[in-house]
Ligand binder design. Structure first.
Ligand code: PMV
Length: 289
């Protein structure tokens, strides 16, 4: 029996603009998915398509147990975390000898297959390696660890990443003179944030700017705007949509003394809210699974 866990992720800056080659910053969070794989197969258990694909790709049969701290379909990378943790646990249980790089690559292929072509290599990379990750084109670079106290708010409004990405592409075709400068400005915000990673107050202001630009792109939602405004009024340095938008989650960068108030403000808007921070480990073996 082998148990591995893998973290979820948030986009700190640059979602949507990364699709067009602009820089983006994503971060692994401490909320995780934990997966136990047992060689002996119990027949008749229903599994997620991600887990079935992991078993198929590794050529094994096994019983798989999943425990998750991440809400699914909310833009926190829960499917990537399930896939990375499952592959890592199969890797150990069956002695397959895959490296962390192999797991990240395989997990991306599985996400692409299950999601019929549209998957983000960011999610599987960040979940495998942890840390704050700068994405620029096909390049991904881990930055030195930093203290980023976040409150995540899940609007509970379901959203669909592919639809949001397609919508931005359509708008860009229809109105390039408007959409391209917005994408450029998002890239500019991310570049500025890279210079200000030590200064939470400035990062908060940049998050607010990034949120306004995402709204201008058309990926906002009234429920997300309510949460963002509530978090700011409760004392957050700044707040923004995280991920594809149209629903799903937002994040607030919050001073420690205000975290309780920020959580309370989000919950009173009917959101699921939790405090999290940077995970630096990525996929890890659990000893007491
Ligand atoms: O999967 P989500 O909801 O965390 O967001 C995807 C981020 C996008 O930039 C919109 C798409 C992508 O592949 O990077």
């Amino acid at each position: 029996m082998a148990t591995w866990s893998a973290p979820g992720k948030v986009f700190l800056f640059g979602e949507h603009a990364v699709v067009y080659g602009k820089p983006g910053l994503a971060m692994a969070i401490q909320h995780r998915v934990s997966v136990t794989v047992r060689r002996k197969r119990r027949p008749g258990r229903v599994k997620s398509p991600y887990i079935n694909e992991c078993l198929g790709a590794m050529g094994v049969r096994a019983t798989v147990y999943v425990r998750s701290q991440l809400p699914s379909s909310s833009g926190l990378g829960s499917s990537a975390a399930v896939t990375v943790a499952t592959l890592s646990a199969i890797n150990e249980e069956f002695g397959k000898g895959l490296t962390r790089e192999d797991v990240a690559r395989q997990a991306f292929e599985i996400e692409k297959k299950v999601q019929r072509g549209r998957a983000s290599a960011t999610d599987t990379y960040v979940s495998s390696f942890g840390g704050v990750v700068l994405i620029e084109g096909a390049e991904k670079k881990r930055l030195p660890p930093m203290n980023l106290p976040l409150v995540v708010g899940n609007s509970r409004v379901s959203h669909n990443t592919s639809q949001m990405v397609e919508m931005v592409a359509r708008e860009r075709e229809r109105s390039p003179a408007i959409v391209n400068p917005i994408l450029d400005a998002i890239g500019g915000v991310t570049r500025e944030a890279l210079l200000q990673l030590h200064d939470l107050r400035t990062l908060g202001i940049l998050m607010n700017t990034n949120h306004a630009l995402l709204d201008a792109l058309g990926v906002g939602h009234p429920a997300l705007t309510r949460l963002v405004l509530a978090a700011r009024s409760a004392g957050a340095f700044g707040a923004k949509i995280t991920g594809a938008g149209g629903g799903g989650c937002m994040i607030a960068l919050s001073p420690n003394r205000a975290k309780g108030r920020v959580i309370g403000a989000m919950r009173s808007c009917d959101a699921q809210a939790f405090i999290t921070t940077l995970d630096t480990e990525g996929a890890r073996r659990e000893t007491n699974g």
